[in-house]
Write a protein that binds this ligand. Sequence first.
Ligand code: NAI
Length: 272
Amino acid sequence: MPENLLKGKKGIITGALDENSIAWKTALKAKEQGAKFVLTNAPIAMRMGAINELAKECDTIVIPADATSVEDLEKLYDEAKEYLGGNFDFLLHSIGMSPNIRKGRAYGDLNYDWAMKSYDVSAVSFHKMMQVAEKKDIMNEWGSIVGLSYIAAQRVFPFYTDMADAKALLESIARGFGYRFGKSKKVRVNTISQSPTVTTAGSGIGGFDAFYNFADSVSPLGNASAEACAEYIVSLFSDFTRMVTMQNLYHDGGYSNTGISEEIMEKFSDKK
Ligand code: NAI
């Protein structure tokens, strides 16, 4: 294992809800690699309390912020800057939520108020995080910003409903802001398109077990775990990936480029 990849780097990690969260694993890896950071989550998620244990383990603090509120983000950045003693080298957006999925609404029967909420929480908040960061001039040069996506942005996964559209928007925002931030501060912006992962957000999606197992049997390397995703995120925060920007990067064990696997062929063969 490499050591101290993030030595001297400072940043913000959103979205650690419990020990299954991709952000939780990222915080532990980032700490292990020498980073200093502040944790944040929506005030409502704070009630579960688990994030405070993570903060203790990472020797840091938690600053509550609803990522859809520009005011909360401004406060978060000001307080985090003070605590960390300087500007940021990395930001992780690990946030997603769809009231339509939670309440079992089909894609042809979306509640549009809820759909707007899905887009705001899961995608527009990424824009807000970057717009506030740019206006406050709070990113260091050669910094790195990462969001988390899913392949439903490119291909249809019927049960992913409005989250598919939210992810397409998220990936587009990464390109749009990646251009701006690259020009102005040499800051890179990417999304990671992650395998299905057993977390609160992931397993809340109807039919999750089926598409988790399907993806696992299609991918030559199998599904990528949350921990492997955390390692990939750390590499994107490190100086070894300085020229990668405006990309949607598949971290999926090869799923996105595989048509069919032997396992799936066997399953569907008439000759059994
Ligand atoms: P998770 O449920 O552990 O994390 C989602 C986080 O979003 C939670 O911590 C939640 O409190 C936070 N959040 C919700 N509304 C918020 C708001 N208004 N302000 C601030 N934070 C808010 O689940 P997971 O899987 O770790 O999700 C992280 C990211 O990874 C999400 O963007 C998700 O869509 C993405 N992803 C997950 C996959 C999976 O199968 N689990 C696959 C591909 C991408």
